[in-house]
Design a protein around this ligand. Structure first.
Ligand SMILES: *Cc1c(COP(=O)(O)O)cnc(C)c1O
Length: 370
């Protein structure tokens, strides 16, 4: 993509002039495996439950929605409590239009001074830092993409960052952190007057317990979750935060009034009522992740161990293989790591199409065992 030239009359902030809009290409393809979506659409039964609820809400769309989304936040607290045996209430939950809006609110409320993350990780963290005018430090990971906790702790002490992000399972690498490591980082962050924000967008795919189980121990811990990935509800745009109630109160200072529409709130509640159904495919995706990993290794790729619904794997050339896969109708993600590509676990047909296409791209025969 070529750099946009801005006209002189446009008083765009100088710190934004060299930015490009975030986003993976949205191209028509036979296997869309580039944004870590859940490939399984809602059932007919769920579609009609959603339609019915929309119809009920439609009759009062002349009114603003519940500004504080209390019913939805209660529903989200119950959902987390059931899964993690916690005792959260709506006072511990904030909800927004995707977890990206949660992240933006965190920067608006707690940014300003300094933020730290450990790259490679989710690129929206530094991007939102920049857009909200927060100085950002790229901390480092080890060469196998894990986080060395002693080293990470030193980086927290050195930067004294007010807002520290860790993503686990990490995107784009898939690597998960043990809960014991989160505990150490939360403690070091607290000693340096920082908040530790744990981005758990892929938590449901991991065997590691959620960091929400540590909220009672660490008032400075924040856990970001989303309905976009395991929950198979990306189109609805619902993300949420679990944290101490003072954190939630602070976010209410920076939220736009009525930020979460009545229809979004209503259908997110329907989705929560059907959470068993929506999460039913997680086990399938985890099993297929194993299958994909074996197939990739069979083609000679190194595969980073993943606790999420995607795999990062090595290729001879990221750009060439990405293009060659696209020519065959398979869209994966070039995450900007030279020699790697990231593929989302799709349905069985998409996964086979991807492996078949990759074999062709690499000029390898599959030996007819697919
Ligand atoms: C996908 C993703 C999100 C954002 O998802 P929303 O759709 O905005 O909820 C947040 N963090 C990470 C690490 C992600 O991969």
């Amino acid at each position: 993509m070529s750099q946009q030239q801005w006209p002189d009359w446009l008083p765009l902030r100088s710190d934004l002039r060299n930015l490009s809009p975030y986003g993976a290409p949205q191209l028509p393809s036979l296997a869309q495996l580039n944004t870590n979506e859940n490939p399984y659409p809602p059932s007919k039964k769920l579609v009609s439950a959603i339609s019915q609820r929309v119809e009920e809400v439609a009759g009062s769309l002349n009114r603003y929605p519940d500004r504080d989304a209390v019913e939805l936040r209660k529903g989200l607290a119950n959902f987390l409590n059931e899964r993690s045996h916690t005792t959260l209430s709506e006072a511990n939950i904030w909800a927004a239009n995707g977890s990206n809006e949660i992240i933006q609110s965190l920067f608006l409320a707690f940014g300003g001074e300094s933020a730290l993350g450990f790259t490679p990780s989710y690129s929206m963290h530094p991007l939102i830092a920049q857009v909200t005018g927060t100085p950002w430090t790229n901390g480092v990971r080890e060469s196998d993409f894990t986080l060395d906790i002693a080293r990470a702790s030193d980086q927290i002490r050195a930067t004294k960052a007010k807002l520290i992000f860790v993503t686990t399972p990490n995107n784009p690498t898939g690597t998960a952190m043990p809960l014991a490591d989160i505990r150490v980082l939360a403690k070091v962050a607290a000693e340096n007057s920082g908040l530790l924000a744990v981005d758990e967008a892929y938590a449901e795919f991991s065997n590691e317990p959620s960091a929400i189980t540590l909220l009672g121990e660490f008032p400075n811990l924040l856990v970001i979750r989303t309905m976009s990935k395991a929950f198979a509800f990306a189109g609805a745009r619902v993300g949420y935060l679990a944290a101490n109630k003072e954190v939630i109160s602070a976010l209410q200072l920076v939220r736009l009034p009525y930020h979460l529409g009545a229809i979004t709130q209503a259908i997110a509640l329907v989705a929560l009522e059907h959470s068993d159904e929506l999460l039913a495919n997680v086990a399938t995706l985890v099993a297929d992740r194993q299958w994909m990993s074996e197939q990739l290794q069979g083609l000679g790729a190194d595969v980073i161990p993943s606790s999420a619904n995607f795999l990062l794997f090595t290729v001879p050339s990221s750009k060439e293989i990405w293009n060659s896969l696209l020519d065959q109708g398979v869209l994966v993600r070039d995450v900007g790591l030279s020699g790697y590509l990231r593929v989302t676990i799709g349905n069985a047909a998409e996964n086979r199409r991807f492996i078949d296409a990759l074999a062709k791209s690499l000029g390898k025969s599959l030996g007819g065992n697919l």
